[in-house]
Structure formats: structure tokens, C-alpha cells
Design a protein around this ligand. Sequence first.
Ligand code: PLP
Length: 257
Amino acid sequence: MIARVLTIAGSDSGGGAGIEADLKTITALGAYGCTAITGLTAQNTLGVQGVHPLPADFVALCIRAVLSDIGVDAIKLGMLTNEPIIRAVATHLPPNVPVVLDPVMISTSGATLLPDDAISALVSELISKATVITPNLPEASKITGLPVATEAQRIAAGRRLLEMGAKAALVKGGHGEGVDLTDLLITAEDVVSITLPRLETRNTHGTGCTMSSAIATGLAQGMRLEEAVRRARAYLQEAIRTAPNLGAGHGPVNHLT
Ligand code: PLP
């Protein structure tokens, strides 16, 4: 049977990030994608013009509708929009299904996608349910309160996320400096470092969404976490390298393999 991935996240009208990036990624990697949309964004490559949250009980209804009939092999959590939605999602996550938590907070263009008062709910309700949490550097620092300038600090922040309840943390290096960038996969047992050349491009919109949904797809297909992360990173690199030049701002990545 085809692997089933449920993405609980926001919609990007520009098609570059959010649910739209998730479904393209899940499809390109050979799985079946379902959605519970937490909010709509009016958005293009230049930025977010508006956010329209959906009612938390309707998000819960979507999750129940998918779980009660189609079923899921992995879940990706992206933009959760506000605290009531975070609480609704936490109570509806099924046991024994891998969860990839992308703690989306601020867009590349600087728009707030999760208000500060919802971050504590994300920490208390969802981190402990995460098979892996996938923060970028600003998110890792915001959640843990720790600095993330050096590799040792990033590993310490990842270990702090494990203490907060996540089974693994992927601290992504994309927001750092240098000709190469390193993602660190931190588990209780070890630290796996994945280094790739930094691509010179403006087309990075939706990279976090693509990475987390690609990892969820691998887990749904039965891969071990490190294997799922390595395939996701390779997929993302190619998606950035071959991005179409759309819009005047941060363009989307390419999902046509
Ligand atoms: N819009 C939505 C709905 C998202 O979920 C996200 C990120 O996860 C973004 C925008 C931001 O994407 P980016 O930071 O890649 O521009």
C-alpha cells in the first residue's frame, strides 16, 4: 500500500511554502498526502499579505476525518497559526505514528507565522510528541533560549530540545554563514552531521516545509530517521538547485524530479 502522510500546516497562496510545498514534496517522493489546514496565507514570493486562521475545532475535524478513514503512516506539523490550534492538534495526534515537528515561527520575508504567546503551548504540548523537531537556527535559539553561533552551541541547543521531550532534533544550518552549510541530527545516542555546499540563490522560499515533509515521507515509507533525513536533504538540495525563477522575491524550489 502507498505510504500516507498527513500534513497539518498553513496554506501559501503563492504555492511555494506550507501545505502546497508539502503536497508537492510528498507526491514527488512517491507517497500519498492528506491535509489539515490550520490557516490560509495570502502570499507570494515578496511576502505574506495576510493570515486567516481556521477554527481549531475545524482543524480537529479534518484530522479526525483523515484518521478515521484513510489513516496515516507519518504526520508533519508546520505552521500551526495559534494556541487553540496547537492544543487541538496535540489532543488529536494518534499514538505510535511518527511526527515531524517543523516549529514554523517567522517567514523568510519576516512575517510572524506563530505569535510569541503560542510558542509556550508548542513547547508544552507538542515537543514531547515529536519523533524529530526541525528548527532553523533562529527557531532553535528562540525555543531553547540558547545561543547557536557555533557548532558546539547548536549541538547543546539540540540536546536541550531532547530534554524538552523531542526524540531527535535536526538543527538546520541554512541561516548560518559560510560556503558550506551543516545540518546536525542530534539523538540521545549520537550527532550526525550533514554538510553540503551553500547554493547561491534567492529561491529558498519553502525550504523548511520541503525538508520536514520529505522527512515525514521517508518515515512513512519505513525509513530509519537518519536515512529519511539524508534523502530529504538530497531532495532539497536538488530542488533548490533547479528552482524555477518565479516572482521578484524569494522564489519557490522545484519539485519536478
Ligand atoms: N507560509 C507558510 C504557510 C508556511 O508554512 C511557511 C513556512 O513554513 C512559510 C510561509 C515560510 O516559508 P519560508 O520561510 O520558506 O519563506
